[in-house]
Design a protein around this ligand. Structure first.
Ligand SMILES: C[S@@+](CC[C@H](N)C(=O)[O-])C[C@H]1O[C@@H](n2cnc3c(N)ncnc32)[C@H](O)[C@@H]1O
Length: 227
């Protein structure tokens, strides 16, 4: 991966110039074989604690929520839903105000967990999402890193099984196009659009990329294709 600096933000570059040539093969394999990697004990423990407090109201998941700015925004937008922000970084969640691995305030919960375990535990518990948000996931732009991208990750079938409207945002166009392709391949029609220049940012990464003039791509399972 090479990255060029402009203003304070890095623009993603990659040897990949289009959708990964092995995307279909990788996604098909994940769809055929459920992922067997054991769930880590600390993730199970925090999920069990969360499950004890959730009465299965409408759930919105903010996966990879970082410092939780978007989780707060979503909680304000949807006062009738429980918004669950999940991140594996205790340091980032502390910035968000979390004082423990599970931190609830009103209709917002911050959970320290690996997303891949959290999602599988939620599916096993037959939870269903109203919405899933993936905001600026690490792009993993090296070709060999394909399986680290959420749409090519072995947890992808479980993420789809959670249901709900999915929105992903990224500053790497190829990530957006790959996710759109994968959603369509999985019978979840999706569109890609570009956020307006004057869009009000809802996460620190969004603010940073926008501030340095980078186009920001939004993949959405409901909107019609705009490009
Ligand atoms: C690029 S940051 C984006 C954070 C935030 N969504 C934003 O836009 O400001 C990616 C975040 O995903 C988290 N993350 C990456 N992989 C994860 C995983 N497998 N499980 C949980 N969190 C993860 C990182 O800790 C980090 O906070």
């Amino acid at each position: 991966m090479k990255q060029a600096t402009r203003a304070n933000s890095r623009r993603v570059t990659s040897s990949q110039i289009d959708i990964h040539p092995r995307l279909q093969e990788v996604v098909s394999r994940h769809l055929e074989h459920r992922w067997q990697q054991p769930i880590r004990e600390h993730n199970r423990a925090v999920f069990t604690e969360l499950a004890g407090t959730v009465d299965l109201q409408s759930l919105i998941f903010d996966l990879g929520c970082g410092v939780g700015e978007s989780t707060t925004w979503l909680a304000r937008q949807h006062p009738d839903c429980l918004v669950v922000g999940v991140d594996r970084s205790a340091a980032r969640l502390r910035v968000a105000g979390a004082t423990s691995d599970l931190h609830r305030t009103g209709n917002k919960v911050l959970v320290r967990s690996d997303v891949e375990d959290f999602v599988r535990l939620a599916v096993q518990s037959q939870w269903r999402a109203k919405q899933i948000w993936l905001l600026y996931p690490n792009p993993s732009p090296k070709s060999a890193q394909l399986k680290r991208r959420w749409h090519a990750h072995p947890v992808w079938p479980d993420m789809l099984a959670l249901g709900g409207r999915l929105e992903m945002r990224t500053n790497w166009k190829i990530y957006a196009l790959e996710m759109q392709w994968t959603l369509n391949y999985c019978q979840r029609p999706a569109s890609v659009s570009v956020l307006a220049d004057d869009h009000q940012p809802i996460t620190p990464f969004e603010r940073k990329y926008q501030g340095s003039g980078q186009p920001l791509y939004r993949v959405n399972t409901k909107r019609r294709v705009l490009q």
